[in-house]
Design a protein around this ligand. Structure first.
Ligand code: GLY
Length: 321
């Protein structure tokens, strides 16, 4: 054997030895059979968002189109203070939004710290589909939005402005657990072909430092999908989700054979290990596997999620505390 051939062969063998056990340890995925019923899940009690997404799926739209349309209901809702229009501003009084999307091919797009554009999940989809990039931030994202025909508007509603002015009197920064029971909307949709795609959109923590970005637009943290396995979304204190790459962790745990419920519980346990005692923040996870089995778990009780299939149901998740 020539020396070059030998080197190539032995390198391939070594790499094979390193890589093979990981593949062989992965759970074997059997393809879905029979009629697949469209399914939508999303964080919190956003019933209009899940209903809109289910309708889109039943009308034959893709999972990504359905998710982007579904979450836009809350992005357009001026009374939701944690997403889109009417979102609570940063401590300087500016509303800045974060979002990401992921499709069944593993492609993704994200926008971070965007001002004046409310439909940031659709903008993240445009980043994915119309640019060679995955992430656009700040003014770059806003300028791209304007080029794409998105309309710039003031996102600070009178109510959000009054709340911020009230907050300024003490400027005490302590997010309230489950505040008004709504936060980031993370949505996973499975269409009639069994393809899972999703979106995650937020205004982030109320009165955050200018420029702060949480988990929601970060692929692997606020949202992750592997169409062979399933998907997961997160809500709550983004810093803790980022430190544990929560949604990616959940999908990998499902790959290793855990149910969506077990995987969400394990991801919460990872956060609790780092924060002994009863933490004064909330994190909640929601996951769906390829078969349409759903799991959810949070640190504190009070987390609800939507499950839309035959019915559009609000479900209360179990919690560690
Ligand atoms: N989960 C939303 C955020 O921390 O920004």
């Amino acid at each position: 054997m020539k020396r070059r051939t030998f080197i190539e062969k032995s390198t391939a063998t070594t790499l094979g030895a390193l890589i093979a056990p990981r593949f062989f340890n992965s759970k074997k995925i059997s393809p879905l059979k029979g009629n697949i019923q469209p399914l939508v899940v999303c964080t919190w009690s956003f019933d209009k968002a899940s209903a809109a997404a289910l309708k889109a799926l039943n009308d034959g739209k893709t999972s990504l189109e359905a998710a982007v349309e579904g979450v836009a209901i809350e992005e357009n809702n001026p009374y939701n203070t944690t997403v889109g229009l009417g979102g609570a501003p940063d401590r300087e009084g500016t509303v800045s939004l974060d979002a990401c999307v992921m499709n069944h091919l593993g492609n993704c797009g994200a926008v971070l710290a965007v001002e004046n554009i409310k439909n940031v999940a659709a903008l993240a989809q445009a980043v994915m589909e119309k640019t060679p990039h995955v992430i656009l931030t700040g003014n770059g994202a806003k300028n791209f939005a304007l080029e794409q025909g998105f309309v710039a508007e003031n996102l600070l509603t009178e109510e959000s402005k009054l709340n911020w002015e009230k907050w300024l009197k003490t400027a005490n920064y302590q997010p309230v657990i489950n505040i008004e029971n709504h936060d980031t909307i993370g949505m996973l949709c499975r269409d009639k072909d069994g393809n899972i795609e999703g979106a995650c959109t937020t205004s982030g923590l109320a009165y955050k430092m200018k420029g702060r970005v949480g988990d929601s637009p970060i692929i692997g943290s606020g949202l992750f999908i592997d169409n062979q396995i399933g998907g997961a979304v997160a809500t709550g204190m983004g810093e803790e989700v980022l430190k544990t790459v929560g949604s990616f962790l959940i999908v990998e745990l499902m790959r290793q054979g855990k149910t969506p419920q077990e995987a969400c519980e394990e991801a919460v346990a990872r956060i609790l290990e780092k924060n002994p005692g009863k933490p004064n923040f909330q994190v909640a996870y929601l996951a769906m596997n390829k078969q349409g089995t759903v799991g959810a778990y949070s640190i504190h009780s009070g987390f609800t999620y939507m499950h839309a299939q035959e019915e559009n149901k609000i479900i209360k998740a179990d919690a560690a505390f």
